[in-house]
Design a protein around this ligand. Structure first.
Ligand SMILES: Nc1ncnc2c1ncn2[C@@H]1O[C@H](COP(=O)(O)OP(=O)(O)OP(=O)(O)O)[C@@H](O)[C@H]1O
Ligand SMILES: [Mg+2]
Length: 598
């Protein structure tokens, strides 16, 4: 710290009722004025002495003639920012306060000022002074008559002490400020760390959760895939038996029951495929506002009288590339859950919004991605979800509902469908106050023309062409063969890709269409088989089948259900329609390319 940062240390106040004393102090503290210096010089010359060379001490000296006046000057100097460093105070003053009283007042008013009490032997004793003022390191007692050097020395020593005290305090203040600043920085860093740790823990938990869902999804998907094959066989044979036995036969009713049960089982497997992301999507560009509004009118009836439903759609269209049936199912599941959470009635709000998700928003939720997203929120004021079950609600088969009332597949389906659409789901809930589920779907920047849906013919017609049927599941293969043969087709069978190539080599001229499973064990997959054959005969027609999602199996092939693709489990009628439809297509469908054209 520089000296200029401090007030001058040279300011001294003399408080005395005797005007002559003031002149003495000035002479000592400021240095002699011109008149006295001239007199000194003349005296020296007169007595033949060398004139004294007096160095001016350079103090600024002010005078007060009473204690009261002194205190006024002290306060003024403080206010003006140029406080006194030191006061010489006479003890005995005829008017007003005596010196001790004056010193006490100054001490109260100025925390730094040094005071020299000037006293004669007959005035107060040291003990008396101390009794009045207490022990203070700012107080010095100077007995009269005093010596010039003593006064000057005291002035130098005490003003320097005053300066050092001020400087030390300023340093202390500065240090304290630095410490406070650092403490604040540390505190802020600590808070930030806490926030980041919480965010990280949250993100880790979400990641664990989604990994778990992924694993369960894969398991369920695998089971569903096998079930699909079995159900296709069961339903196919039921269909076959129904056609074979006379209409009046009582067995027909039993067969119908089997078919109904198998159909329910197929719905369940299809739900399992949905959350395990193995269901074929039929996406098109759609406005979420429109979808929510249309579905809303239907939901009114479904929710019952005692639930007030409100729909709030954002003013601009929210275009997204999605499968409308699936998204409706998502909303339906959320709305039904909301209804079940409000058995005594309540309020259900469906709200749409469009927003930009920024990179920093994604730190909390690993599923979130930056970009433009459309969202649908389903808000209820029902029972809410307890924090301990919240992490589990998306798990397949997790339900808190009574046996027979809930399968626990609703939210698992929501999770899978939304994920498959490249989006994610968020949930917030307070027990007793309700829950909010928000689904985020990627938004389309522009509104593209609506994709045309499949051009499947409604009538079931057979034919006489030859079909190479490639399927590793023998029961499914026999059923498919039987269905096709009944329609008049000639069917060549192969249980693997390699076997199919052998059949192709021998009978290629006869074959009009290949119906093949995409995923088969062995060296040659359905896809490779088709690639090899098409390399030789590019015009050959192909229909693919799979129980998986094509985007998992062959994301690069453009497939359309009922057109060049059959999603398992398939109904015999659909098999016949698709085969016929494919055989009748003279040219590849618009927009299709690659092997799938055939
Ligand atoms: N809006 C909600 N309010 C309170 N709890 C909810 C809400 N939505 C879901 N839950 C809880 O999450 C659980 C799982 O929901 P999910 O939809 O997966 O299955 P479910 O409704 O029990 O059965 P399902 O939908 O298969 O008929 C529910 O049993 C319920 O405990
Ligand atoms: Mg549900």
């Amino acid at each position: 710290m520089t000296d200029s940062a401090f007030p001058s240390k040279n300011r001294i106040l003399v408080i005395d009722d005797n005007p002559a004393i003031h002149a003495d102090f000035r002479k000592i503290l400021k240095g002699p004025d011109e008149l006295s210096a001239g007199l000194d010089r003349a005296g020296a010359e007169l007595f033949g002495e060398t004139p004294r060379r007096v160095q001016p001490a350079g103090f600024e000296v002010d005078s007060a003639h009473s204690g009261e006046e002194g205190l006024v000057l002290v306060r003024k100097a403080q206010t003006a920012g140029s406080p006194y460093a030191l006061a010489f105070v006479d003890v005995r003053m005829t008017r007003g306060w005596n010196g001790i009283e004056t010193a006490a007042r100054i001490f109260q008013s100025d925390a730094d000022m040094q005071i020299v009490i000037c006293t004669a032997y007959s005035d107060y004793s040291w003990e008396q002074i101390i009794e009045k003022l207490g022990h203070s390191d700012r107080l010095v007692i100077l007995k009269k008559p005093f010596d010039t050097v003593e006064v000057l020395q005291l002035a130098h020593a005490l003003t320097e002490k005053w300066r050092l005290a001020l400087e030390a305090r300023a340093r202390m203040d500065q240090l304290e400020k630095m410490v406070a600043g650092r403490t604040q920085e540390l505190h802020a860093a600590n808070e930030q760390l806490k926030v980041e740790m919480a965010e990280r823990a949250h993100a880790e938990e979400s990641l664990r959760q989604s990994q778990k869902m992924e694993a369960v999804g894969q398991l369920a998907g695998g089971i569903a895939h096998d079930f699909n094959n079995l159900l296709t066989v069961i339903r196919g044979y039921v269909q076959y038996l129904k056609m074979e036995i006379p209409p009046k036969d009582g067995v027909k009713e039993a067969l119908h029951e089997i078919d109904v049960a198998a159909e329910r089982a197929a719905t369940l497997t299809s739900q399992m495929l949905m959350f395990s992301r193995k269901k074929l999507l039929q996406p098109r560009s759609l406005d979420l506002n429109e979808l929510v509004t249309q579905l809303g009118s239907m939901l009114h009836r479904l929710l019952g009288e005692n639930i007030a439903m409100e729909i709030q759609t954002v003013g601009v269209p929210l275009f997204t590339h999605a499968d409308p049936v699936m998204i409706e199912m998502v909303i339906l599941n959320l709305a039904l859950n909301a209804r079940d959470a409000m058995p005594q009635g309540g309020r259900l709000l469906m709200q749409t919004a469009g927003m930009e998700i920024k990179a920093e928003d994604c730190r909390r939720n690993p599923k979130a991605r930056p970009g433009m997203f459309a969202s649908i929120s389903v808000v209820d004021n029902g029972s809410g979800i307890a924090p301990e079950i919240l992490p589990r609600i998306f798990e397949p088969f997790f339900t808190t509902k009574e046996v027979g009332k809930g399968t626990g597949l609703g939210l698992a389906t929501v999770y899978g469908v939304v994920n498959q659409h490249g989006g994610w789901t968020e949930v917030e809930s307070t027990v007793g106050q309700g829950a909010t589920f928000t689904v985020f779907l990627p938004m389309l920047a522009m509104q593209p023309g609506l994709a045309s849906s499949s051009t499947m013919k409604a009538v079931v017609v057979g034919g006489t062409e030859t079909i190479l049927l490639v399927e590793d599941e023998s029961a499914l293969r026999s059923l498919t063969r039987m269905v096709l043969q009944r329609q008049g087709y000639c069917v060549l069978e192969a249980a693997s890709g390699a076997e199919a190539l052998a059949v192709w080599d021998q009978q290629r001229t006869k074959i009009d269409l290949i119906l093949t499973d995409m995923m088969m064990p062995g060296k040659v997959s359905g896809r490779e088989l088709v690639e090899k054959i098409l390399a030789e005969t590019p015009d050959l027609k192909v229909v693919y089948t799979t129980g998986y999602s094509v985007d998992t199996v062959c994301p690069d092939i453009s497939l359309s259900d009922g057109f060049n693709f059959l999603q398992k489990p398939y109904h015999p009628d659909k098999l016949i329609q698709t085969v016929r439809c494919r055989l009748d297509q003279a040219f590849p469908a618009p927009g299709q390319s690659g092997p799938a054209e055939n």
